[in-house]
Design a protein around this ligand. Structure first.
Ligand SMILES: [Zn+2]
Length: 166
């Protein structure tokens, strides 16, 4: 299997004046206010697929005047402009990530909630093949894997209070 795990180390773009996402927004013709710039920076710097609350907490650390309503509105705007993507990892919280050039998928660790990004050429080829076999041209797709580390006890998954030590 040619599965490439992607590094989760934060990019060293924090020193630059404009975040990647901000440049993308400008390219799409969005008017960038100070608040939108801060929120785009937070999303660009994130390596952990944050939800709205998490984006809000990080944004107010940069600019305490940003309200949660602004974060909601801005995220919706970014989503509509297709510069960020909404992700659903099955826990009822919408998460967001910047649209990057590199297409990737997610594996969610059901024990820790950790999200691992991966790429697989074999998977890409297989998806195309499945669609073609069914008489379709593949336009888009979504794939999330859910798993437990091998050797991890499965008990405690139903009730979160029942947390077992490995
Ligand atoms: Zn991702």
């Amino acid at each position: 299997m040619s599965v490439l795990a992607q590094g989760t180390a934060p990019d060293s773009v924090a020193t630059e004046t404009s975040s990647r996402l901000e440049l993308l927004c400008v390219e799409k013709g969005l008017r960038m206010t100070d608040h939108r710039r801060v929120i785009s920076r937070v999303l660009s710097d994130a390596t952990d697929h944050p939800d709205v609350e998490q984006v809000y907490h990080r944004a107010v650390e940069i600019d305490p005047h940003i309200s949660i309503a602004t974060v909601y509105r801005t995220i919706r705007l970014f989503e509509e402009a297709n510069v960020i993507e909404r992700l659903d990892f099955g826990d009822g919280r919408a998460r967001f990530e910047e649209n990057r050039d590199t297409h990737h998928h997610h594996l969610i660790d059901l024990h820790t909630g950790r999200v691992i990004e991966f790429q697989s050429l074999e998977l890409e080829v297989l998806k195309e093949k499945i669609a073609r076999t069914l008489g379709y041209e593949l336009i888009g797709h979504r794939l999330e894997l859910y798993g437990l580390r091998r050797g991890q006890p499965t008990a405690g998954l139903e009730s979160e209070s029942e947390c077992q030590e490995p």
